[in-house]
Ligand binder design. Structure first.
Ligand code: COA
Ligand code: MG
Length: 291
């Protein structure tokens, strides 16, 4: 599992920002061809992204490209331009049916075979951002073995579904919970919505914490100032890791003694508690703070 605590959008047309992004120690960098790029610079952005992927050292940051939606007629040429430069992951926007991911699979299969890359090594993350996408979510989750994550596209969803976008986001609660639940059911990572106000760290942190509580693995970010606070929220803290280790050790001891449930610090520990502890350790390992 890759750590995807914070995924930073960078407009693919902006080489200065891309050069900055690779030095920010962020889990993932999303080189954007879609909404972050003006219509008259989209062709140029393809070349800038391909160049950046070939020449820049991204360090530990995942190299991700967000292409344009297929209905625009641009997606195929986006992929043709960037795939030879070797991105690790493709974000597909406006995924509202499994057929879109089937089409992506065909193109990625071809690219891998041409580049002699391992089959299915290029990963895919789907942006879920329309009412129809939520109705089709089960089929979308099962559409491709490349699919590793679902992103909540809150701005597009509220526009599509006729919701009023409020600062608190109560209108999004159902969709936001549903996405996390489906992601868990199909072993995918759920990635939370963007907080567009990049000066309000308090609001960002509260929103990220709520997402983590709902089961999200990370959050989309748009500004360098958002990276550290968001990555912190999605990293298990030392106390949680220590407790998880004790739960696992206790569970092994209990199992050896033929017991299922046991007590730790005056609280009952049984299978769901053990599972949560395992997931904390998995996330800590992915974040590189536990071997
Ligand atoms: N990636 C890398 N660097 C970024 C960045 C990003 N997403 N956002 C800002 N920076 C850099 C700026 O270039 C600036 O560096 P500089 O002083 O060397 O030029 C520094 O961080 C501070 O930026 P700031 O002046 O506070 O913001 P800005 O006005 O330059 O940019 C945005 C504000 C919103 C335009 C910018 O953050 C951005 O483009 N975000 C991504 C938008 C996007 O992709 N949206 C689509 C997906 S929702
Ligand atoms: Mg969008």
């Amino acid at each position: 599992m890759k750590a995807r605590r914070a995924l930073l959008y960078v407009p693919g047309s902006d080489l200065h920002k891309i050069e900055k992004a690779v030095r920010l120690d962020v889990d993932g960098i999303i080189l954007d061809l879609e909404d972050g790029v003006s219509a008259n610079r989209k062709d140029e952005a393809r070349q800038i992204i391909a160049g950046a992927l070939t020449t820049l050292d991204f360090g530990r940051s995942e190299r991700i490209v967000r292409i344009n939606p297929f209905y625009t007629g641009r997606a195929e040429a986006d992929l043709a331009a960037v795939l030879p430069a070797g991105p690790e992951t493709i974000i597909v926007p406006k995924v509202d049916s499994p057929s879109i991911l089937h089409r992506v699979d065909e193109i990625l299969d071809q690219a891998e075979s041409t580049a002699r890359r391992a089959k299915n090594s290029i990963e895919v993350i789907a942006l879920i951002e329309s009412a129809k996408a939520f109705v089709e979510l089960k089929e979308i989750c099962q559409a491709s073995i490349r699919l590793k994550g679902l992103i909540l596209g809150a701005e597009d969803l509220t526009a599509d579904a006729g919701m009023t976008r409020t600062p608190v986001g109560t209108e999004l609660l159902y969709a936001r919970s549903m996405l996390a639940l489906y992601a868990a059911a199909y072993d995918l990572q759920a990635i939370d919505m963007v907080q567009t106000n990049f000066n309000d760290v308090e609001r960002l942190t509260a929103e990220a914490r709520q997402a983590a509580e709902l089961g999200y693995a990370g959050k989309q970010v748009i500004h360098p100032a958002q990276i550290a606070p968001v990555q912190k929220v999605f990293t298990p803290d030392e106390a949680a890791i220590e407790r998880a280790k004790r739960i696992i050790a206790g569970a092994e001891e209990a199992a050896a003694g033929g017991r299922g449930a046991f007590s730790l610090d005056g609280e009952m520990v049984d299978l769901p508690v053990i599972k949560r502890a395992q997931s904390i350790l998995t996330r800590a390992r992915a974040a590189g703070i536990l071997d």
